[in-house]
Ligand binder design. Sequence first.
Ligand SMILES: NC(=O)c1ccc[n+]([C@@H]2O[C@H](COP(=O)([O-])OP(=O)(O)OC[C@H]3O[C@@H](n4cnc5c(N)ncnc54)[C@H](O)[C@@H]3O)[C@@H](O)[C@H]2O)c1
Length: 294
Amino acid sequence: MTTIGFIGLGIMGAPMAKHLVDAGHQVHGFDLSADATAALAAGGGKAAGSIAEAVNGADLVITMLPADPHVETAVLGEDGVLAHAKTGSLLIDMSTVSPQTSQAVAEAGKARGVRVLDAPVSGGQAGAVEGVLSIMVGGDESDFRAAAPVFDAFGKTVVHVGPHGAGQVVKAANQLLVGGIIALNAEALVLMEASGVDPRLGLEVLNGGLAGSTVLTRKMDNFVNRSYDPGFRIDLHHKDMGIAQNAARGAEVALPLTAAVAQLVAAARAQGLGDRDHSALLAVIEGFNNRKET
Ligand SMILES: NC(=O)c1ccc[n+]([C@@H]2O[C@H](COP(=O)([O-])OP(=O)(O)OC[C@H]3O[C@@H](n4cnc5c(N)ncnc54)[C@H](O)[C@@H]3O)[C@@H](O)[C@H]2O)c1
């Protein structure tokens, strides 16, 4: 059994923390939402009243926060994780942030005697609930090995992909793929429906062929029912497309389709869909095709 501090009990963090509780670890959770913290306690974890309380005495700390500013505050801030973490403990930041932020966290951790991994995930809310996430890990090999029992609690495909920040580069690649696949499924649906084909039947047969995907399997109902409850919010995907484009700039490569997908996500946000699931890219594509009767 390991004593684990878990910061950020949202759509992803809550089921991940619950898996750790179920695997027999002592999990001290904290979220800015008192309801989220209470829900962990109701499921067998311990509710902490602050980051300091969650981290105090923990061998391992996991953070699952929305974006770079949240990690900067909750990890690097005056009263953040690193101010309270035990020397020799391991911090695993599983949030999706820029590679630069992960590298800054690793450096700050080193200065405090805290080992750090960046370990963003893919698989969505369903993957977190089912405990079958893909986890892309950046950092030292020995720390990756030490974290294996924890990753096992909610991961299925767990790969050490390189040094600090490398996990975030792979996650950025994941996000440009997911955004592009959603956008193209939306275009396929619009084409089929405008041509008189039942979109569910069309998408079902497509999903059995080469064009099939986990994205389509997971988002089929969202697409067909136009139900855009998150899931994964457009606001978060907008953040991730920014990370992907900055990474491309840093690596001096051109990614033209990524730029197009980023614009679709930006359009969804501009249309007030920031809090909706990223399957709402369908609404943007449909907006391009609103026919006016003449
Ligand atoms: N939702 C998905 O499908 C999904 C999939 C893969 C990766 N991700 C990534 O995982 C991360 C978390 O996503 P999510 O969907 O769970 O987001 P979320 O907004 O549902 O959860 C984030 C939680 O962090 C809490 N929080 C923010 N600042 C805090 C602080 N200072 N101290 C304590 N708690 C704080 C919020 O109250 C919230 O409950 C993001 O980086 C996202 O990009 C999400």
